[in-house]
Design a protein around this ligand. Structure first.
Ligand SMILES: C[S@@+](CC[C@H](N)C(=O)[O-])C[C@H]1O[C@@H](n2cnc3c(N)ncnc32)[C@H](O)[C@@H]1O
Length: 247
């Protein structure tokens, strides 16, 4: 049985964050304004739990990168997964600690650099977090996060997809032949931030050759409630790490 290591009390003040500080500042403001507080879990949570059960990891330890204030983290741990929650926004971690005080020792404010060097986890979850930055940054973060998956483990990802109808003013700063693109928002909650939108072909091979999709990538489209317009689209994929890195 895989279990995660105890780390003692969780720091809720970011100390060693290599991530662009503008990302943490932007999300911090969102959580202070009540973001996600009443939102239900995403249906992807059930797919993660089902995949964990199919692969004999129903009560495994793991990591949830960008756990936010818990709309998905809480149901995942309620289903038996023992996940560390990691997020760069201190208010997200503080709100999650309030919602689940018994999980406090598993909740850390920081990015991947806050983890012990080389630590790997049987399940790594990253929901709407690996899209921050330009294409190079987003690709690097997908690979760095994939490197935290233990051999035989699962990598569960949901990220922005091509097809999204953007809601706020933005400039397109990169565009690929397969439709992938990066924007810098000029308005809205992510004003000033670079955000990447992945194509399926781009994302499917990004984790590396030792990863195999356990089901085809699925695009989840969500229509914004009126009077807002358009849809936002997300790829959802679960990869199995079949072996360690090639020597
Ligand atoms: C779109 S929200 C999603 C939150 C949560 N996964 C959910 O679905 O409710 C993105 C989250 O990722 C966090 N974040 C962004 N970049 C991060 C990084 N490099 N490391 C850790 N957290 C990050 C943000 O603070 C924010 O809470």
């Amino acid at each position: 049985m895989w279990k995660v290591r105890e780390t003692g009390p969780a720091p809720i003040v970011p100390t060693d964050i290599g991530t662009d500080p503008a990302i943490a500042t932007s999300w911090e403001a969102e959580y202070r304004n009540g973001r996600y507080v009443d939102d239900p879990p995403l249906p992807f949570v059930e797919e993660i739990v089902a995949a964990a059960r199919r692969h004999g990891m129903a009560d495994s330890g793991g990591l949830y990168l960008g756990c936010g204030n818990g709309r998905n983290y809480l149901p995942l741990v309620a289903c038996g997964l023992d996940l560390f929650g990691l997020d760069v926004a201190p208010t997200a971690i503080a709100q999650l600690q309030q919602r689940a005080p018994e999980r406090a020792s598993r909740l850390v404010c920081g990015d991947l650099s806050a983890l012990p060097t080389g630590a790997q986890y049987p399940i790594v979850v990253a929901i709407q977090v690996l899209q921050h930055g330009d294409e190079t940054t987003a690709h690097r973060e997908v690979r760095r996060t994939a490197a935290r998956v233990a051999p035989g483990g699962l990598f569960c990802v949901r990220v922005n997809a091509t097809g999204t109808e953007l809601e706020y003013a933005h400039s397109i700063v990169e565009r690929g032949d397969d439709g992938r693109f990066t924007v810098r928002y000029r308005a809205g909650p992510k004003r000033g931030l670079l955000i990447h939108f992945f194509s399926a072909s781009e994302l499917s091979r990004l984790p590396g050759e030792e990863f195999t999709l356990v089901a085809p990538l699925r695009r989840s489209d969500t229509r914004r409630p009126p009077p807002r317009r358009g849809s936002w689209c997300q790829w959802e994929g679960i990869w199995l790490r079949t072996r360690g890195p090639v020597a």
